[in-house]
Design a protein around this ligand. Structure first.
Ligand SMILES: Cc1cc2nc3c(=O)[nH]c(=O)nc-3n(C[C@H](O)[C@H](O)[C@H](O)COP(=O)(O)OP(=O)(O)OC[C@H]3O[C@@H](n4cnc5c(N)ncnc54)[C@H](O)[C@@H]3O)c2cc1C
Length: 327
């Protein structure tokens, strides 16, 4: 084992960096392992982050890293590929051993896993090329940028009507392509949303710019942005190895994603393992992921302190008992 830390944070996005900042300021040794594949990598800017609105995602991460590093947090640019629980020894002993993609192994007393989620896009040719720029999911992230512009929503499950209703607030030029729950049609039409039957099969481009969606019948719906409901799948591979449970994200009886089960402070059912951010909360934004990281960091601080206090009390009792035995 190369090194042992109080806490290894796997995932250096908003959640992980915020947790690392809290833990480093709490005088804990912290290692952040990150492989630079954040969820919003394709977006130009982070919005709705008070004091940092409009900051490029990579710049926000760089600022967060510098702040945590300033209090002693260490960083490793690598993927955590495997983890195993090790039997706890005595005071301050490691409970987890991680293998990293650079071949090293590190040990930790506690784990904070903030690996985020993967968005699985509907099967429409060309969507991935424009993801985060003109293929969008969240109006709080991108609605302002395409306000009043022609926008098309690709029907892809139970979230479609909800999404269309929401986006109709940002633009009155909204078209839904594909099926919509029958009991929501009246609401959408009352909001001025155009409903087009059929199936979107490909993005239409002009000089690299998204200008529409081609339907299976060959017709084209012109638009400047496309809204999709991506499946939100927790990046839980490491947690799966430790037996941390996950659950379906269910909307109107249909699974539209998967997330890790955790308490309000990020504690999982596996002792010593915490989570924060999108891996546990698919709806979390950047600022709420950062808040969750802080909450988990504080909870881990209490947990480490409780363990150290138990050991201190046991040692004190043992020495008192030894003193009595010696007369
Ligand atoms: C296109 C798009 C635009 C968005 N725009 C906004 C916006 O404007 N405002 C906003 O508030 N939210 C926005 N979001 C949501 C935002 O991306 C998330 O809320 C935020 O990224 C969640 O932070 P996180 O720390 O949980 O996860 P992430 O930011 O995804 O960070 C997870 C980190 O874990 C690392 N990682 C994963 N697995 C491993 C592993 N095994 N080993 C090592 N490292 C690992 C990754 O490299 C990554 O850096 C947007 C999302 C998308 C998809």
């Amino acid at each position: 084992m190369d090194e042992t830390y109080d806490v290894v944070v796997v995932g250096g996005g908003a959640a992980g960096l915020s947790g690392a900042l809290c833990l480093a300021r709490a005088r804990r040794s912290v290692l952040v392992v990150d492989d630079a594949t954040p969820r919003n990598a394709r977006a130009g800017h982070v919005h709705n982050f008070l004091t940092r609105d409009g900051t490029p995602p990579a710049e926000l991460v760089a600022i967060g890293r510098a702040e945590a590093a300033g209090y002693g947090a260490a960083f490793r640019d690598a993927t955590a590929t495997a983890v195993e629980a090790v039997a706890p020894g005595g005071d301050r002993a490691a409970r987890f051993a991680l293998t990293l993609s650079d071949g090293s192994r590190v040990a930790a007393r506690r784990l904070l896993v903030t690996t985020g989620l993967a968005d699985e896009l509907p099967d429409v040719e060309g969507l991935a090329d424009h993801w985060g720029s003109s293929v969008l999911h969240c109006p709080f992230c991108h609605g302002w940028e395409v306000r009043d512009r022609p926008v098309a929503v690709v029907s892809s499950g139970p979230l479609t009507a909800h999404q269309a209703l929401l986006w109709s607030h940002w633009t009155s030029d909204l078209t839904v392509i594909g099926p919509v729950a029958q009991d929501r049609v009246e609401e959408l039409e009352a909001r001025g949303v155009t409903l087009v039957p059929g199936e979107a099969v490909a993005v239409v481009e002009d000089d690299g710019r998204l200008v529409g969606l081609r339907l299976r019948d060959g017709s084209v719906v012109a638009c400047e942005a496309v809204v999709v409901a991506a499946r939100a799948m927790a990046r839980s591979a490491l947690l799966d190895q430790l037996g941390v449970p996950t659950q379906d994200l269910v909307v109107e009886g249909e699974a539209v994603g998967r997330f890790v089960t955790a308490g309000a402070d990020g504690a999982t059912e596996v002792d010593g393992v915490w989570v924060a951010g999108n891996v546990a909360d698919p709806r979390a934004q950047v600022i709420t992921s950062a808040a969750a990281g802080l909450t988990a960091g504080a909870a881990i601080t209490f947990d480490l302190l409780a363990e150290e206090t138990r050991h201190a009390v046991a040692a004190r009792r043992a020495s008192a008992a030894a003193a009595v035995a010696q007369g």
